[in-house]
Structures are given as C-alpha cells and as structure tokens.
Design a protein around this ligand. Structure first.
Ligand SMILES: N[C@@H](CCC(=O)N[C@@H](CS)C(=O)NCC(=O)O)C(=O)O
Length: 218
C-alpha cells in the first residue's frame, strides 16, 4: 500500500498529482494524510519518525518512508511507467530530470526565502531584505518557466502530463501568495489553467482544497 503525507498547497502537490495520474492509468489506489504545516504537525514525534527533517512530502510504501520529491517521483515513475509521468527515452528523461532538479533545488528554495525569511535572517530589516531579493529572483525563475510554457504542447514535456507540470502549477500558486500578479505572466497563466483542468490535477486540487488563483491585490 502507498500512502502520501501532504500539506495542502505545498510542494507535496507534485507527487500527489502523480498518484492521481497513476490511479487513472493503472487502477492502483493510494491513501493520503493531510499534514497541517501551519499547525506544526510536521514536528510531532510521529511525523519526525517518518521524516526527521520535518518536511512534506513523505511517501510510505509498504510501511517504509521515502522522502524528497525527486526521489519519490522517480520511484513512482519507475514503478508505474504506464502512467507516462516521465519520458522513457534515456536522453529525454535526463532532460526532464534536469528541469525537475532545477525546480526542486533552485526555484523552490527561492520561494522558501519569501515565505519563511525568518529561517535566513534574524532582524526585521534583514528579513525584509531577504524577502525582497527573493521576490526578484523568484520572478526571474517564473519568467524562465513562462518561456518553457510558450512551447508547451500542450504540457511542458509534450503530449503527456508530467511531474514538472505539477511543479509549475505549484509555483504559479505560490507567486500569487508571494505578491506576484499571475496576470503579469499571461502565457504561464493560460498554460497553468490548462494543466489545472487535467483530471489528475483537478482531483489533487480538490483533495487539498486549493484553487489555482491565489492572487489578492492589495
Ligand atoms: N527538498 C525537499 C523540500 C521539501 C519542503 O521544502 N517541504 C516544505 C513544504 S513545500 C515543508 O514541509 N515545510 C515545512 C516547514 O518548513 O516546517 C523535497 O524535495 O521534498
């Protein structure tokens, strides 16, 4: 049995979408458990036993925990290749992993500096500086993703939904929360609306109780 621990709207959305796509393609069902990050549920002894880093996602497979999005998604794709969540061709797969790794190790941590500047600086002024710099960097990363979405056909890797599409949706949602108007990224926004309409993405959004549009003008 497979079980996903996820935080609504968090990066755990990426494997969550994958599990929905796998269910649709293979019939393999999964269990899920919400971790309320704002309530600190990631720091309970029970959760830390699964992931000592106190982060979502965790995928538990037959009672054994697996952490880190890239590792979880690689595992899911190798176990359920029928879902087509990553390319089968070695070169195309490596190219997809290159984008996926960049999203996970660069774009994602940039947003962490916006959302939790207290992790990176100790005074109000320095935290505000960290946040402002990170907004500029995050906007640049989103511009790079928008360039990719301009070539999406209809998804980033071609005709099949993949993990990088799910990550792209996460980032556009975070952009709105970080004060970046998604209307300033029109091609990306149109692409994300298309991805959000995919049944696997819509099912994961419904379970998490989230919407694509998070932007609130001041
Ligand atoms: N590199 C990790 C990043 C995981 C991560 O940053 N998770 C965030 C949510 S997007 C989290 O659990 N944050 C909780 C906290 O910081 O307390 C992965 O790929 O799984």
């Amino acid at each position: 049995m497979i079980k996903l621990y996820f935080g609504p709207g968090a990066c755990s959305f990426v494997p969550h979408v994958g599990l929905e796509a796998i269910k649709a393609a293979t019939g393999e069902d999964f269990e899920s458990q919400t971790v309320k990050l704002h309530k600190g549920e990631q720091h309970t002894p029970e959760y830390l036993a699964l992931n000592p880093l106190g982060l979502v996602p965790v995928l538990v497979v037959d009672g054994k925990p697996l952490t880190q999005i890239v590792a979880i998604c690689d595992y899911l794709d190798r176990r359920f290749p029928q879902a087509g969540l990553l390319p089968a061709d070695p070169w195309q797969r490596a190219q997809a992993m290159s984008t996926f790794a960049w999203m996970n190790n660069t774009v994602h941590p940039t947003f962490t500096h916006i959302f939790r500047p207290t992790k990176f600086a100790s005074t109000d002024d320095s935290q505000s500086d960290v946040r402002n710099m990170a907004v500029v960097m995050f906007r640049e990363h989103l511009g790079r993703i928008q360039d990719m979405t301009a070539k999406a056909a209809p998804f980033l890797l071609g005709d099949k939904l993949s993990f990088v599409d799910a990550y792209a949706v996460v980032f556009l949602r975070w952009a709105g929360l970080g004060g970046i108007d998604p209307a300033s990224l029109p091609t990306y926004k149109t692409y994300a609306e298309r991805v959000a309409a995919h049944p696997a993405v819509a099912a994961a959004m419904a379970r998490e109780g989230i919407k694509l549009d998070t932007w609130q003008p001041k």
